[in-house]
Design a protein around this ligand. Structure first.
Ligand code: UDP
Length: 254
């Protein structure tokens, strides 16, 4: 029943296209199927070219969603696929809405961000969804001893949904290394989502996101990101070269 969905190739990395990602995640939860979800954008694709561990983790992830505008434009323009962007933060929010409203016994854990940020994000969600069961939070800055304690806690309480917000590639590598602590959980790398939910950062206005320009807003708000964002033109160039070198107009991976 649970085959890995078929993947399209973006610079040799998989991207899974589905009509409803939250529905698939809920099915995994119902069937106690542990999965790792990666939210792929252009920046991560370029990092994966230089970091073979990250590339390996993405290749082995159970679900890779098209988080970034570059990935979506690649799929639309170069492969002719009708694909909509699915930002990781929105998928995480939809999942929380589902597990919080259904009054299921599903338990959630937030890990990552500066001290207090995950706890504030949890408080925000608890106010939105009083039935949501957030069973723990942990900051993303800690000693090795604290990390060991966190690992023991996760192994003991077995939350079924675990959001890890440590940034790329730290969160992907951490999940790959630790996911067997909770083998039945849905693990998602959520980047800076706790910063947004806790109110210390804001997301781009919706119209910018709808026009694939969220990256421009981030650059405006966090200009120090300019060096990291050089990955975007590099991705565009590599994508074009890769596409025109590849004869198959519809490359799939499985
Ligand atoms: N972070 C963390 N531990 C670290 C480094 C980063 O918890 O050792 C957190 C940081 O506080 C922020 C998130 O990871 O909340 C990274 O957010 P960003 O928006 O940079 O994510 P990305 O763009 O990599 O998805």
């Amino acid at each position: 029943m649970f085959q890995r969905p078929q993947a399209l190739s973006v610079l040799g990395l998989p991207v899974h296209i589905m009509t409803s990602y939250p529905k698939w995640l809920l099915e995994c939860l119902q069937n106690k199927r542990g999965i790792h979800v990666v939210t792929l954008n252009a920046e991560m694709s370029i990092q994966a070219e230089r970091n073979s561990s990250l590339a390996g983790v993405i290749q082995n992830a159970d679900l890779v969603i098209p988080d970034g505008a570059g990935v979506v434009l690649y799929l639309r323009w170069l492969l002719g696929k009708k694909v909509n962007r699915c930002p990781g933060i929105e998928l995480a929010e939809e999942l929380l809405q589902e597990v919080g409203q259904q009054n299921t016994a599903i338990e959630v854990f937030f890990y990552g961000g500066a001290p207090g940020v995950a706890a504030n994000a949890a408080q925000y969600w608890q106010q939105q969804l009083p039935d949501l069961r957030i069973v723990g939070t942990h900051s993303g800055y800690h000693t090795t001893e604290e990390e060991e304690k966190l690992q023991q806690t996760l192994a003991k309480i077995q939350p079924q949904v675990i959001f890890v917000g440590l940034g790329v590639p730290r969160q992907e590598l951490w999940i790959a290394k630790n996911r067997l602590l909770c083998p039945q959980a849905v693990w998602i790398g959520v980047g800076g989502s706790f910063d947004i939910w806790s109110g210390i950062k804001t997301r781009a206005p919706r119209w910018l996101g709808n026009n694939n320009l969220e990256w421009l807003y981030r650059l405006y708000k966090e200009p120090w990101r300019w060096r990291r964002m050089l990955a975007l033109p590099e991705f565009a160039l590599k994508a074009s070269v890769y596409r025109f070198k590849t004869k198959d107009v519809n490359p799939t991976i499985n």
